[in-house]
Design a protein. Sequence first.
Length: 175
Amino acid sequence: MATIETATKSIQSGEEVKKFLSDHGIVYEQFSAPESLSRLLAQPTLNDSEKEEVLSGLEYRFDQLKKNYGYKSRDLVVLHSEVPGIHEMLAKFDKLHYHTDEEVRYIIDGSGIFGFSISGSNFKVLVGKGDFISIPQNTNHWFTLDSNLKIKAVRYFKDNSGWTPIYVETAEAKA
């Protein structure tokens, strides 16, 4: 279950998390991965065929999300402390930015932190296993891994070209 941290409070209750994020235009759900994927999800790394096996095991979820939200493609990102250049890779996304398409993540293992600046409201969302988050297009945010330095996340796209980050200065941040 995600946790929200604002300057004045921490929100951990499932319904409160969902309502807070919904009030900020962010879709949040909780989905368990099938038990049949446990062996692969427990591995620190996955080769390409293992990634495809995981995606195939989650095809039912993709079918539902295509129907409900219109996603057209997906991939699986596996990050951990042994990935060459991990800190340089994370540096591309740990600055405030937005995308012209939604940023959608289904965390199937590990954890990370999304930060938001929406209409003068700044907050963090700590995501972990089972969290599904859809950030609307043109929403100022950033992302990094937490101290565990590991995550496996399915990324869903309507338009892959809209995924390039567009950086903004904090003073320019707006919803």
